[in-house]
Design a protein around this ligand. Structure first.
Ligand SMILES: [Zn+2]
Ligand SMILES: [Zn+2]
Length: 106
């Protein structure tokens, strides 16, 4: 009966102001091709979407909604992508070498 096509993908959101006449009305629009889905930004919390960085499924948490100086992220990404990369063994080795090799002469 319904001609609506149900999205069979996770939406990947981007913040967009669709307000007219200078008004601000922020929504998260799906950036995937052939998808015109969007959700009001104040209703986006708790929704499932795709991370803009690792493309894994993620939930829009309060942190996502406040991460960008108290405002929602422009391109939401998961908390795993927020964390800084762990220092690799190679880097640790290089640091140790650097510290051990440098002698300070008085
Ligand atoms: Zn979509
Ligand atoms: Zn991610």
């Amino acid at each position: 009966m319904s001609s609506k096509t149900v999205a069979n993908h996770l939406h990947r959101y981007k913040k967009k102001n669709i307000g007219v006449n200078g008004k601000e009305f922020f929504v998260y629009v799906c950036t995937k091709p052939a998808c015109s889905h969007y959700v009001r930004i104040d209703l986006a919390e708790g929704k499932l979407c795709e991370c803009n960085k690792c493309h894994e499924a993620m939930i829009i948490t309060r942190e996502v909604m406040t991460k960008s100086s108290g405002k929602p992220m422009t391109l939401p990404h998961c908390l795993g992508c927020v964390k800084r990369k762990k220092v690799t063994d190679v880097e640790v080795g290089a640091i140790t070498e650097f510290l051990g090799g440098v002698k300070t002469t008085p």
